[in-house]
Every structure is written in C-alpha cells, then in structure tokens.
Write a protein that binds this ligand. Structure first.
Ligand code: FES
Ligand code: MG
Length: 569
C-alpha cells in the first residue's frame, strides 16, 4: 500500500488522533484492514426524496461500493445538499453554489483520496463538479440516468417540454383540465431525470463528452441494469485513478470545455449549460468566455430529442447514445484526457448508430447550425444568449415593440388579460429575474404567450429577460441578458413601446432608443430593495457574479488544494 496517500493523515496515525479517526468509523463494522492504507473513496451522494430525479442514487451507490471494494479500495458514502429542480423555491439555481460549497468542504475535511460524484437533477451535476474541481482530488461522475419515456394516451410524452405544451393547450381551450391532470402520472413513470434533452441530460452528455464519466453514462435509463453495472465499473476505476493521481484539473481543460460546447450543439443541449460550464471553468482557472460558445455554431444538430426534436433519452440510448455523437464529432473534437487516462476519442471506439432518425450523421444533420448563439448590443453589453434549434425560424431576425413586465408578479397577474396591448410582433420583456434579482436566476425566461394571442393560435413570440429557461423549454427566447436589470443593466431602462431589434445571424440585440433618452432614464432609475436581508440568500446576492461569469460566488472562483494540517482534537 502506498504510504503517502491523503487518507494516512487521518487513518495512518498511531497516536490519539489516529485512534479517534479509526475508532469511531469502526462503529459501522469496518474491519482493521479498511484502514491499512488502501484508497478511501468518498461517494458524494445527492440522493433525496425531495429530488425525485436523484431517487435512484441510493441504489447506484451500492453498485459503486461493490466496485470500490473489488478493486481494493474502501468506499464511504456521504450525503450532500440535494437540489430538486421541480421542488425548490424560488429556484434550485439559488442553491447550486451552496451545494458546491458543501461538496468542496466535505471532500476537503474528510480523509478521502478520491470521489465518486452521484448527481443527476439539473443543478446537482454542475454543483458537484464545481466543488470537486476546487479541491482537485481524483473524481468521477455517475449520473442518475433519464426516466423511461413518458407515455400517455398511446403517445410518448417528454418531461417539461410537454408540460409547457399541455399548459398552453389548456389556456387555448384545446385540452381539458381532466386530461391535463391525467398526463401527470404518465409523464414521470420511473426513477431518473427528465427524459428530454433538458438540463440534466445535457449536463450528463457534456460530462461524458468531457471524459468525466465512463462512456455511456449520459443516456442509459436510470432503471436499466446496465447503469448499475456502470456504477460498479466506476467504483473499480476511481481506485485506479487515485493510484494514477488523475485529477479534475487534468480533465477539465480548455480543450475538454470546448468539446463540451461542441457536444452541446450536437445534442441540442440546454442553455443552462452556458452558466454551468462558465462556472466550472472558473474553478479550474480557465478563462472561458461567453463568446467561446459561438464555437458551437460550427456543429449541426444531430440528436432528434425534445425540445429541439421529437424523441426522448431512452430512444437516444438505444440509438447508441453519446459514443455515437463523439464518433460523429471526431473531426471537431480537441484532444483531451479522460477519467480513463487516454484521449476522448477512445469513447467513440466501436460506436455504431442503430437509428438514424434519432441520431443524424454529421454530413446530413437534422438542422444545419444549432448551438447557442451569443448576442451583444446596447441591450446586453456583456451578452445574452438564444438557442436557435429550439426557436422559430421566422422570429430569428425580428424588430418589434417592447411590452415590459417589471417583475414576475406583474407578468403572472396580467399575462392573461384580454386587453393586454400586445400583438404577435410585440417583444415581451421581463425584468428582475437575474442572479441578484430573483434571486437565483430562475427558469422563467420562457414567458407564457399572452392568452389572447394563444387563442389566435400564436405559439411563439420573441421574449427577452435576464432569466434562464428550463432546458426542456423552447421558443424564440433571449436569455441571460447581462448585466441584469437589478444590477442596473440596460434591461432595467426598457419601457413599453420601445423598439428592439434582434438578429440571431448577426448576434445583435439592440434597444432603439436615443442616448439622451436613456441617460435620462438612467438618472431616474432606482434599484429594487433586496428580497432577502439575512442568511445564505443575502450572502448569495452580495457575492453572485453575473451570468456571463457563470453566476458563481465571487469568493468561490478558483481552487485551494492545500492539505488541511490542523487536527480536530
Ligand atoms: Fe430534475 Fe428535470 S427536474 S432532472
Ligand atoms: Mg430546470
């Protein structure tokens, strides 16, 4: 056994401190040889009944443990804060950085040599990676895996995406409330994360494309027995990674982050990947910029999954999953090291596509250019984003009159007014939903279409905000306007009736109001009083960075890999 393992500073001491560290652990029935210097592997688990998407992780942890024991390691599972996207108010994103702190400090404080990160629901994957990257011990991801396809009235229905559709259908009078309620049970019918290409499956796909998990991790359904086998194999592998000292900083590099951006375009991934990748990059000291996401413009849309297409993650898995995507992208991918120690290209070895209606070939793609389009202009000096693959072609170049909601409450109270003065060409503008404003940058950017227009059959409009939107959502929705309104961004100064010009092809977002008028409005502008004056939310608002910097807390950027030298007693 290697004597200089990190865990020796806990379990290798023959004094009072070593006694304390070992003895209390032994109350769980671990034998002496668990402390003989073998790699101690933390299993960082975001299992929770309040995070239904991660409810399968308790079982998967057992698979990881088998693999760790088998490879000669000592597995120890520990819980960290869990973030249930569909359950937390005001938004799970408010707590992503808190999870990251929990993960980082738990890893650092305990006598472990390497970590398996068990996550799944949207914010849990980036939160865990941010924390792990800031300690930089060997780390590997096992994801929850997607739910089985939703089924209702003989059709496949997709998490989130069909909720938005059904809810609009009810508002248009095309669906009964009874049917709406009945669809609930059919949508979520197994353990796992949203089975659309929402944020959870996007992040799992990008984790695989970055080589931070074993191949096939992204798409295997949560309840597929092969996922349990993958957990077992991951347990095997992390023990070797400790011996190889293969760390997040070896794997999360500019090259792998660029691969994630390329993969995000190919899978039609979530806009949320932008803030998460920027935040992860910040933890390893890589100056990833919003503009770097324009790289995705080089890659067409290959995956025909909701919300950009029609299939679901189960279909994506059976068609071959991420290994096929990595094979299709082979001409684009950068050389980048993975948890297997070799290059990412190895993840595509032997990959074959079994359904070309689900995964398109790169020379005959589903849509020519996908990715995330970065927008700049006086309305978003530090940037905004739009996802063309989920938008309406005819709205991607648009000039119209703004209709402004000062905050989410005003939107909810008035959006269904029959006399709301909007037309299909209006541009809906929502303020106060950025990192500081909401707080936590909620997924409300895909504002509902005003019901008077819904009744006329209007399904999409240009919508602009400092919010995010669910990865399962769709529409011509301009998000992450930076600086946000509550930071005094130009968004704060927009008034109903102003003209706004948006061009996806030119990457432009302009407020067509004179400099003089805007200067007057700026003088009159007053920031909103904060919603929280104590606790974590206050700390968050005081320290959160804007969306173009990943909305991390300013003091969490970077890492600290120094050993902890002081003992507790
Ligand atoms: Fe948890 Fe979609 S809500 S993955
Ligand atoms: Mg979400």
């Amino acid at each position: 056994m290697t004597k200089d393992r990190r865990n020796r500073a806990w379990y290798g001491k023959l004094d009072k401190d070593g006694f304390i560290h070992r003895s209390w652990m032994k109350n769980q029935g671990f034998p002496d040889h668990a402390f003989d210097g073998r790699p101690v592997i933390g299993i960082c688990n975001t299992w929770s009944e309040l995070t239904p998407c991660n409810s399968g992780l308790r079982d998967l942890a057992e698979g990881v443990k088998r693999g760790v024991w088998e490879a000669g390691g000592f597995p120890v599972e520990f819980p960290v804060m869990s973030l249930g996207e569909t359950q937390m108010k005001p938004t799970a994103m408010l707590f992503r950085n808190l999870l990251a702190m929990d993960v980082e400090e738990s890893i650092r404080a305990y006598g472990i040599d390497g970590v398996v990160l068990l996550g799944g629901c949207d914010k849990t994957t980036p939160g865990q990676l941010m924390g792990a990257a800031s300690v930089d011990l060997p780390s590997i991801v096992v994801s929850s895996g997607p739910m089985l396809n939703g089924k209702w009235q003989g059709n496949d229905i997709g998490s989130g995406t069909d909720v938005w559709k059904f809810s609009e259908a009810v508002r248009a009078g095309d669906m009964t409330l009874k049917d709406f309620m009945a669809a609930e049970s059919g949508m979520s019918r197994s353990k796992g994360v949203c089975m659309t290409m929402g944020t959870a499956s996007t992040m799992a796909s990008l984790v695989e494309a970055m080589g931070l998990s074993l191949p096939t991790n992204a798409a295997l359904p949560a309840v597929d027995s092969r996922r349990m086998a993958l957990a077992h194999l991951t347990g095997n592998r992390i023990v070797e990674m400790v011996d190889e000292n293969l760390k997040p900083s070896d794997i999360i590099t500019r090259a792998s982050l660029e691969n994630a951006i390329l993969a995000n375009a190919a899978v039609g991934g979530s806009t949320n990947a932008v803030v998460h990748l920027l935040a992860i990059a910040g933890r390893v000291g890589i100056d990833l910029k919003l503009e770097d996401f324009d790289l995705g413009g080089d890659v067409p849309l290959l995956v025909n999954c909701m919300p950009s297409g029609k299939y679901l993650m189960e279909d994506f898995c059976y068609a071959g999953g991420m290994p096929v995507i990595l094979k299709e992208l082979s001409g684009h991918l950068r050389k980048a090291k993975t948890v297997l120690g070799g290059d990412i290209s190895a993840y595509a070895d032997g990959a074959e596509c079994w359904n070309r209606d689900v995964i398109y070939p790169i020379d005959d793609p589903l849509k020519p250019s996908a990715g995330i389009k970065v927008l700049k202009g006086n309305l978003a000096p530090r940037g905004a984003i739009v996802k063309p693959s989920a938008a309406s072609e005819h709205l991607l170049e648009h000039e119209g009159e703004a209709y402004v909601f000062e905050n989410i409450e005003e939107l909810k109270a008035t959006i269904d007014n029959d006399d709301l003065p909007v037309t299909k060409d209006s541009i809906l503008v929502l303020k106060g939903c950025g990192p500081k404003g909401y707080p936590g940058m909620a997924e409300v950017g895909n504002m509902p279409i005003p019901s008077k227009l819904v009744k006329e059959g209007i399904k999409d409009m240009v919508r602009i905000s400092d919010a995010r939107m669910s990865g399962t959502a769709f529409g011509t929705v301009i998000l992450h306007v930076t600086p946000e309104a509550n930071e005094g961004g130009m968004l704060a100064l927009v008034k109903t009736g102003d003209r706004i010009k948006f061009s996806a092809s030119q990457g432009k977002l302009e407020l067509l109001v004179s400099e003089e008028e805007l200067a007057e409005r700026r003088d009159a502008w007053q920031p909103e009083p904060p919603h929280y004056t104590r606790g974590y939310a206050k700390m968050y608002v005081d320290h959160v960075l804007q969306a173009d910097q990943g909305a991390d807390l300013d003091f969490l950027v970077g890492n600290d890999t120094r050993p902890v030298t002081r003992e507790s007693h």
